[in-house]
Design a protein around this ligand. Structure first.
Ligand code: ADE
Ligand code: ZN
Length: 317
């Protein structure tokens, strides 16, 4: 089945072997990034963020990002993904310097054009700031986003440690991005409870939420989400792997779907969580008995919620 993915972090999708060989080529030591089997070595969410950031030390140049983008898109396409909205981070691509950011973006876009021609997958970028880097750096990131907003850079978002700071600390950045014409999404309701989701919607005025699954703890919020049509970018394998839920059966995606919340399915950082879009769909089918009709519905929701132009959307129908 063709799949639409709305929530993928470019660096988080880097296969460990790719990062390892890049580091070897450049003679960079990556201490603590890999375990004995060669997988990423994280133990919990805080450690995950550390390992993620440490691995980016191997990604130095725009050319590295060109290679990364091609590898990631080829892997996604192999799992039936035809459209991928991917988080791109000026923090790792030139340290939020606008001239450098343009060079990285150019390289990523060239790789995406190649993957579109050769593998039939379309990429659109969501520039993302990182919450635990603080509001000042987020403003610089939003400026990078605003300067490069267009038909290819389509959104702005925030990832990182959700329990640090408040959504309103980032309102200025989200306002700037919105004024530049970017569509908005924010990680919320992964590590913080329902209030974090409420504050994110109120203060950042987003139309999608990354994760959002902890809305299930507040039935009134679930109803509000269903009524407002705010779309959740749910990443069940990520949540189970990082311990937000102990197993697939406890995951609330099916309950949210049954209550009329617009849910979609993504992988987040697939090699970190030993997942793929195929695995996500298989596990949802096995755990909740979901069939092709449900998956078509989810894909349709994702396509409707995608930040691309209607031309692109129509071409994927
Ligand atoms: N960055 C990459 N993956 C993330 C996640 N699951 N939550 C927050 N920030 C992230
Ligand atoms: Zn994420």
């Amino acid at each position: 089945m063709n799949k639409v993915e709305l929530h993928l972090h470019l660096e988080g999708a880097a296969p460990p072997a790719f990062i390892r060989s890049l580091a070897q080529e450049k003679d960079i030591r990556l201490d603590g990034v890999f375990d004995e089997q060669g997988h990423y070595a994280h133990t919990d969410f805080t450690h995950f963020l550390k390992v993620y950031e440490a691995a980016t030390a191997a990604l130095k140049t725009p050319e590295d990002y060109h290679r990364l983008t091609l590898a990631v898109l080829r892997e996604s396409a192999a799992h039936g993904v035809i459209y991928s909205e991917t988080f791109l981070s000026p923090d790792f691509c030139g340290g939020r310097d606008i001239a450098a950011w343009r060079e990285y973006l150019h390289a990523i876009r060239e790789a995406a054009d190649q993957a579109e021609r050769e593998d039939g997958i379309i990429l659109r970028g969501i520039v993302t700031c990182i919450r635990h880097f603080g509001p000042e750096k987020a403003r610089e990131t939003a400026l990078c986003a605003a300067e490069t907003a267009g038909d290819w850079v389509v959104g702005f978002g925030i990832a990182g440690a959700e329990t640090i700071g408040q959504p309103k600390d980032f309102a200025y950045s989200f306002d700037m991005a919105r004024e530049a014409g970017l569509r908005l999404t924010a990680h919320a309701g992964e590590w913080a409870g329902p209030q974090g989701i409420r504050d994110t919607i109120k203060d950042l005025k987003v139309e999608r939420i990354g994760h959002g699954v902890r809305a299930i703890e507040d039935p009134a919020l679930v109803e509000e989400l269903a009524e407002s049509g705010i779309v959740l970018e749910v990443c069940p394998g990520s949540n189970v792997s990082l311990g937000v839920y102990p197993d697939w059966a406890s995951h609330p995606i099916a309950r949210l779907y049954d209550k009329g919340v617009k849910v979609t399915v993504s992988t987040d950082d697939p090699p970190f969580f030993h997942t793929t879009m195929t695995h996500e769909f298989d596990m949802l089918a096995e755990t909740f008995g979901w069939d092709d009709a449900v998956f078509s519905d989810l894909n349709r929701t994702a396509l409707d919620a995608a930040f691309c132009t209607d031309d692109v959307r129509t071409s994927l129908l």
